[in-house]
Each structure stands twice: as structure tokens, then as C-alpha cells.
Design a protein. Structure first.
Length: 249
């Protein structure tokens, strides 16, 4: 029995096309479920991230931490990963609240782990589910980011992390379109976000109560000293780049 090579090629192409179509449908279904899940979470628990909502439950929150300190820390870490990873509004307020709730050092560890973990989740979501959408959204910036990554490598990500003016989710989304390794993205983000994390957590730890924070507003918490600290943080990439150039020479 003879096999027609042309017919065999057509069969292979049809199988490959069916597999690709199947993967495309599977990815689309997963993406749809993810969007619906995020929508439901935000609809159900979005108010719980507001400062007014948390301030009304200040006493019960304090009591829960006193009764279950380790469980409170674990739950808080997972909440931060979810908020940061799904780009749900409220991460800045959550950082201030955690600073008040856990104190400076414990909150610093929780927020640092949670924000980096969430950033990594956002990177993976962009890379495997939202690539086409992000490419269309940031088409004008993508080429410059790719060029900067090829030219400066992980230092470019480090510089972006030190600039509070650039939104957290934008950096995660753009990095998801590059070839940066997940481990490299994780540890560079950990270092790059640390100064701003320290500033926000410290600000929250100095607040005596959530009621005071809610009544005076976040603007009162972020005093001029912290704004000065953010300005210094923004200058750090230029200083590090200058030092790196001197070292290379």
C-alpha cells in the first residue's frame, strides 16, 4: 500500500490546526473564567478594601490579630498577592493599613512578599493570557521597552521599579511581553520596590488608628517628608546608572 506524501502533509497540517484551535479555545475559556472571577471578587469584596470600611471594623481587626497572629499574617499576604496580581485598585491603601495593623517590620515583610508575588502573577497572566490585548494597548511603548531591555537588561526593570510615577500594573504588563526570566523579574522587583514599600509601610505604622487615617485622608498620612523620600527614590536610578558606568570604565 503506497502513501501519498501530499496527502500526508495535508493530514499533518489539519491535525496541527485542530490542536492550535483547541489550545486557542482553551485559552479563551480560561481567560473568560478569569475575567469573570476577578469581576465577582471585586464586586463582592471591593468595598472591603476601602479605608472607611476597614476603619469601621478597627476593633474587631485588632482582636483577630491578637487571637491569631500567624493566620492574620498569612491571610494578609494572600490578599496582597491577589490585589497586586489582579491589578485590583487599593494596593497603596492596603500598604498603609498593613503598616498600622502589623507594625513596621512585620508589615514590611508581608507587603514586600505580597507585592512581588502579585507582580509575578501579573507577569505570567500577561505572558500567557493577555499578550495580544497588552500588545495592542501599549503598542507605542513596546518597542522602546524591548530596546531598553536588550540594551540595559534587568537594570532597566530595576530603574522602572524605583519610579513611583509609573503605575505598578503597567510595568508588570510590559515586562510580560519581554523575554525576562521569571526568577530575574522576581528578585529585581523585590529590590526595586523595597524603597517605596519602606516609605509607605513606615507612613502607615505611624498612624495611631484607622479612624484617624480615614477622617484625615491618605494625603495627611503621606507627609512632605515622605514625598521628599519618593523624590529621592526617583533619582536613585540615575545615581546607580552613573555608578555602573564608572565601574565599567
Amino acid at each position: 500500500m503506497s502513501i501519498d506524501p501530499e496527502q500526508l502533509d495535508k493530514s499533518i497540517y489539519s491535525v496541527d490546526g485542530a490542536v492550535a484551535t483547541g489550545k486557542g479555545k482553551s485559552k479563551l475559556i480560561t481567560l473568560l473564567l478569569l475575567v469573570i472571577g476577578v469581576g465577582l471578587i471585586y464586586w463582592q469584596f471591593g468595598d472591603a478594601l476601602s479605608l472607611d470600611y476597614l476603619a469601621q471594623r478597627e476593633i474587631s481587626l485588632r482582636q483577630y490579630r491578637a487571637d491569631s497572629p500567624w493566620l492574620a499574617a498569612v491571610i494578609a499576604t494572600f490578599i496582597y498577592v491577589a490585589v497586586a496580581g489582579l491589578s485590583i485598585p487599593g494596593a497603596a491603601v492596603l500598604t498603609l493599613v498593613f503598616g498600622w495593623y502589623f507594625g513596621f517590620w512585620q508589615a514590611l515583610v508581608i507587603v514586600s512578599i505580597g507585592s512581588t508575588g502579585g507582580a509575578t502573577v501579573a507577569l505570567l497572566l500577561t505572558r500567557y493570557f493577555f499578550r495580544d490585548m497588552v500588545q495592542q494597548k501599549f503598542a507605542s511603548r513596546l518597542q522602546s521597552v524591548q530596546n531598553a531591555m536588550e540594551r540595559e537588561g534587568a537594570f532597566y526593570l530595576f530603574s522602572l521599579r524605583l519610579m513611583p510615577a509609573i503605575p505598578f500594573f503597567v510595568i508588570n504588563a510590559l515586562m510580560g511581553l519581554t523575554r525576562i526570566h521569571v526568577v530575574t523579574f522576581w528578585w529585581v522587583s523585590q529590590l526595586g520596590m523595597l524603597p517605596a514599600t519602606v516609605a509607605y509601610v513606615y507612613a502607615g505604622s505611624r498612624v495611631p488608628s484607622l479612624q484617624k487615617m480615614a477622617s484625615e485622608g491618605v494625603g495627611k498620612v503621606l507627609s512632605w517628608q515622605l514625598l521628599l523620600a519618593f523624590a529621592i527614590i526617583g533619582i536613585l536610578p540615575l545615581v546607580f546608572k552613573w555608578m555602573l558606568g564608572k565601574y565599567k570604565k
